[in-house]
Design a protein around this ligand. Structure first.
Ligand code: ZN
Length: 160
């Protein structure tokens, strides 16, 4: 059942993607951002707590996704974090609720408490984000490959 939820979330992201967005991970991040009506920034080479490979910080007005500098599977990590966002993983609902009642000046502090640090765990949400990430990258790969032959035939025509 969880697999279905993940597949639907990936499917949905491809549906809302426009133009070239469905060709790159960055494009998919843009599609997700537009869908949420909130800016979404991606930070590479972030300095994160020891053992944390990726992080999603939900600020009150924007989302920030980070990938640790030591991570080799950069795309995989970003796709994983996008999964948490697309799947509406709230992380810590109690603090989340409390943040709604924080005065604006304290909201950044609230976001820090709300941040999701991704380490290797076996929790359901981590497994779902991981499944989302790998499905998203697989589909991006297939989409790109499907588009390649037309590029090649145009090239062939151009070269005579
Ligand atoms: Zn995670």
């Amino acid at each position: 059942m969880a697999d279905k939820t993940v597949a639907r979330a990936v499917e949905r992201l491809f549906r809302i993607a426009v133009g070239d967005e469905a060709r790159t991970l960055e494009g998919m991040a843009e599609a997700l951002s537009r869908d949420r009506g909130r800016p979404l920034s991606v930070l590479d080479d972030a300095v994160l707590p020891p053992g944390v490979f990726g992080q999603w910080v939900r600020h009150h007005d924007r989302d920030e996704v980070s990938c640790a500098g030591w991570v080799h599977a950069r795309d995989r990590t970003i796709a994983h974090e996008l999964g948490h966002i697309a799947l509406n993983h709230s992380g810590r609902p109690a603090i989340d609720l409390a943040t709604d009642f924080l005065p604006p000046a304290l909201r950044d502090l609230g976001a820090l408490m709300l941040r999701r640090d991704c380490v290797d765990t076996l929790s359901t949400e981590e497994a779902e984000a991981e499944a989302f990430g790998s499905l998203l990258l697989r589909r991006l790969h297939v989409t790109r490959r499907a588009q390649n032959p037309s590029v090649r035939s145009r090239l062939d025509e151009a070269l005579g």
